[in-house]
Design a protein around this ligand. Structure first.
Ligand code: C2E
Ligand code: MG
Ligand code: MG
Length: 468
């Protein structure tokens, strides 16, 4: 029982913290969505019960809707379906605010209408919530809220007589609602401004990071079944002057959105090529390959291929040592262009691997159409390969697929000797993960050579016998 409680607490904490979301404002936005959904459900229940006692069934219907859509948006938020959750929240709140304004709050001689004031806040909230979406959606929802506000502010008609609350409730209600809507509007405008500043600050800092050489590469070894190093994956880190070492999850997405990923990615490729050249001159490391993550926007640049070929020309190492890691989701659009680029680079010896394999949505047909060399089993499957039958089945399937299509397969995120044993027993020949080494700065790469085979379980020293 305490175990179940701990697990539940951990799950709830995970939902709240959402470590899988990189950017700070995405996590904050998710928390606001969770709270809004919970509030919608609570208000739906409380007001629903109140209006049942008043026999106002149209209003009860609206409250039931509020509860139901609150629940749906909560589920969608937990599933990380950001846009769908936003659409449900805004759609239902728009209908409910308009419904309440029309049914319960028609203006009278004593009390003006006030419920419609929330539409102003909702309009500003839409500008924040749909910030990363199509501008038509963002401004469309905001405009919808503001238009509804204008219509309700300019109309005095009582469309459904018999539902209006009595004036003695509506007079203090008008004061309260106006105050609440004004506070809500002020807070939301503040959030909108803070977000915009934070975003442009981070963007400016990223540009600075490039100029001031604050980026660095860390290396994580990839090993064979005997623990011998075959090469490494280059992983980007940002040595921030005040925040310390910043992980790519916290800035790659913004770099993608702003296009900064193109110069950053070019710097990564240049550094990787310089490293491969250095290794090629060292007999112990000359056979090492280096895998580099390539982002979608970077690969789509029309001059990606000529610039990489130029880099290869200026360095003296075998191009087959450079491995470009692409992801499945990248391959969905514009397959012909991607295929052409891959073929051109493959003709010069560059190799390709498919990162996070199994997490994308695309069809497997690209596997035979593209010049791929390797599949990387995503770490989420490796993490629960021993406890989740579905993950184990996917891992076995990828290994079988690799062997039948003559593709190498590497498992990433291997953390325990048991996971490694399972993978090896099912035919996996290459591994990467904390079991062998965490990603380390260049200065620590030497340790892999000195340490001998990586990932060996150290024998437990026999306990010292204390004499009686
Ligand atoms: P990825 O390419 O799938 O990289 C693997 C990630 O898993 C790395 O996180 C690595 O530190 C982590 N990892 C490795 N072994 C283990 C393990 O045993 N357990 C666990 N829990 N994690 C492990 P990192 O360095 O934070 O990178 C995250 C992602 O950022 C990368 O995922 C990649 O998509 C992206 N990224 C990193 N460097 C670059 C880059 O230079 N360019 C681009 N476009 N993306 C990059
Ligand atoms: Mg990778
Ligand atoms: Mg990966």
């Amino acid at each position: 029982m305490p175990n179940t409680a701990t697990r539940l607490m951990r799950q709830l904490r995970h939902l709240w913290v959402a470590p899988e979301l990189g950017l700070l404002y995405h996590r904050r936005e998710r928390r606001v969505r969770l709270l809004t959904s919970a509030m919608m459900m609570t208000m739906g229940l409380v007001w629903g019960a109140f209006f049942v006692s008043k026999n106002l069934w149209l209003v009860v219907g609206m409250d039931a809707m509020l509860f139901f859509f609150g629940l749906i948006s909560l589920i969608l938020t937990c599933l990380n379906r950001r846009q769908a959750a936003n659409l449900v929240i805004f759609g239902s709140l728009l209908v409910i605010v308009i419904g309440n304004a029309v049914l319960l709050d028609p203006p009278s001689a004593l009390a003006p209408r006030s419920t419609h004031l929330y539409l102003l806040g909702l309009g500003v909230a839409a500008l924040v919530a749909f910030r990363d979406d199509d501008p038509r959606l963002r401004y469309g929802v905001a405009l919808g809220c503001l238009s509804a506000f204008v219509v309700l502010a300019a109309t005095t008609a009582d469309f459904v007589p018999g539902y209006a609350l009595p004036d003695e409730i509506r007079v203090p209600g008008t004061w309260l609602q106006t105050l609440a809507a004004t506070v809500m509007l002020t807070l939301l405008v503040n959030v909108l401004l803070t977000d915009a500043t934070e975003r442009s600050e981070l963007e400016a800092e990223l540009v600075q990071a490039l100029v001031l050489h604050q980026f660095e590469l860390h290396y994580q070894p990839q090993v064979d079944t005997r623990g011998q190093v075959l090469g490494a994956e280059a992983l980007l880190r940002w040595q921030h002057p005040t925040r310390g070492l910043v992980m790519p999850g916290q800035f790659i997405e913004l770099a993608e959105q702003t296009g900064l990923i193109v110069p950053i990615g070019q710097w990564v490729l240049e550094t990787a090529c310089a490293q491969l050249q250095a290794w090629s001159q060292d007999p112990v490391r000359a056979h090492w390959c280096l895998a580099v993550n390539i982002s979608q926007r970077q690969f789509r640049q029309p001059d990606f291929v000529p610039r990489l070929l130029e880099l290869l020309q200026h360095h003296s190492f075998s191009a087959s040592r450079l491995e470009l890691e692409l992801t499945e989701t990248m391959l969905v659009e514009d397959m012909e262009d991607i295929k052409l680029k891959m073929q051109t680079l493959a003709a010069h010896g560059v190799t390709f691997s498919l990162d996070d394999f199994g997490t994308g949505y695309s069809s497997l047909s690209y596997l035979k159409r593209l010049p791929l060399n390797k599949l990387k089993i995503d770490q989420s499957f490796v993490a629960d390969v021993l406890t989740e039958p579905n993950s184990a089945a996917i891992v076995r399937m990828v290994l079988a697929l690799g062997s039948s299509m003559n593709l190498q397969v590497i498992a990433e995120g291997v953390e325990t000797p048991e996971q490694r044993r399972f993978l090896q027993e099912h035919g996996c020949q290459q591994f990467q993960g904390y079991l062998f080494s965490r990603p380390v700065p260049l200065a620590e790469v030497d340790k892999w050579v000195r340490a001998g085979p990586l990932g060996q379980v150290q024998p437990v020293a026999s306990p010292v016998q204390v004499p009686a």
